[in-house]
Design a protein around this ligand. Structure first.
Ligand code: ZEM
Length: 300
């Protein structure tokens, strides 16, 4: 690592960045009023390109700044997340994009009421797009459990971890102009909880074909209290979400997480922390030593 790199930030410096992220989460004009969900998705898509066999992809590099990765239809809409974070990067130029994207998701999960996720810095940013992973590595929501296993086993996850990671769909929503799917999974999409699993099990989900030809599953929550004049809102599940119910190895985890919020929080914290580390090669002192064309990173 070149010796011109800055020393690792102090915990006080990191706290300043985390404060700046906390301060931008509230976005009254955006979606359900929070930047949190889309920030979580940004971190997930930055790391979820990892391929354990070739040791390529993963959360290093911040490749989504380049068209090759950022322009992948799978990443549609994540420019919003990157734009939310741009002022933080400008204020604290010492942090790399790759670190900032992951750290912002950790802050967002916590601020939305979720667990504390372990986070370690030191990611570096690519200086060109030559190391950017190929497109097509992220999951396709129109498919089922075989596909989920194909995608997540490639990253090194097991069945329990697939179900725990899917619980991130407690947060946020689908956008017709991004993925083509429409709507949110839970009534309070900016509050981290295990509601997603309970709704999966409790509700009678009906297949619905959208005008664009995509199929999702929907349910109208009759129990929710409506203000006068408010229409009851439809909740949704993706075909991949539904496959957690129909798959014999996934379903017991859905049932456990639906019953035991603490267990879900503990497992989500562990697996999300693991996701954010994918593709990083660290030496004994935790410094990242990926051999790539990069900038940023701290002194060893
Ligand atoms: Zn998602 N996800 N995801 N996900 N995801 C969407 C939205 C969000 C899948 C998927 O196709 C989609 C994980 C796993 C999987 C979040 C977090 C995580 C959307 C809607 C789709 C289609 C995008 C849009 O239209 O804006 C599939 C197939 C997955 C396989 C299991 C994992 C793992 C996640 C994090 C740990 C989040 C937070 C959102 C909401 C984003 C937002 O903008 O509100």
């Amino acid at each position: 690592m070149p010796s011109s790199n800055p020393p690792a930030p102090s915990s006080a410096q990191l706290e300043e960045v985390k404060d700046a992220v906390r301060a931008l989460l509230h976005q009254p004009e955006y979606d359900d009023g929070s930047a949190g969900p889309v920030l979580v998705r940004l971190a997930w898509h930055s790391a979820g390109t990892y391929d354990a066999a070739s040791k390529t992809g993963g959360s290093n590099g911040a490749g989504m700044r380049y068209e090759k990765e950022g322009g992948d239809p799978a990443n549609a809409g994540l420019a919003h997340a990157r734009a939310f974070l741009e002022p933080v990067k400008e204020k604290f130029p010492w942090i790399t994009y790759a670190d900032l994207w992951c750290l912002a998701a950790v802050v967002a999960v916590k601020e939305m009421g979720g667990p504390e996720v372990q986070w370690q810095g030191g990611r570096t940013d690519f200086t060109d797009d030559s190391k950017v992973p190929p497109r097509g590595r992220l999951p396709d929501a129109a498919q089922g459990s075989d596909h989920l296993r194909h995608i997540f086993y490639r990253m090194g996850f097991n069945d329990q971890e697939i179900v725990a990671l899917s619980g991130a769909h407690n947060l946020g929503r689908c956008h017709g102009d991004r993925s083509g799917f429409e709507g949110k999974w839970v009534n309070q999409p900016t509050r981290f909880s295990n509601q997603y699993y309970r709704l999966l099990l409790q509700n009678d989900w009906k297949k619905k074909k959208l005008a664009n030809g995509l199929e999702q599953f929907v349910y109208v929550d009759e129990e929710i209290e409506l203000e006068e004049g408010e229409e009851p809102e439809e909740l949704m599940m993706l075909p991949t979400d539904m496959s957690l119910l129909s798959d014999a190895a996934f379903r017991p985890w859905v049932e456990r997480y639906a019953k035991d919020k603490d267990l879900f929080f503990a497992h989500f914290a562990a697996v999300f922390g693991k996701l954010l580390e994918l593709g990083l090669v660290r030496d004994a002192s935790g410094n990242i030593v990926n051999e790539e064309n990069v900038e940023g990173g701290y002194q060893s």
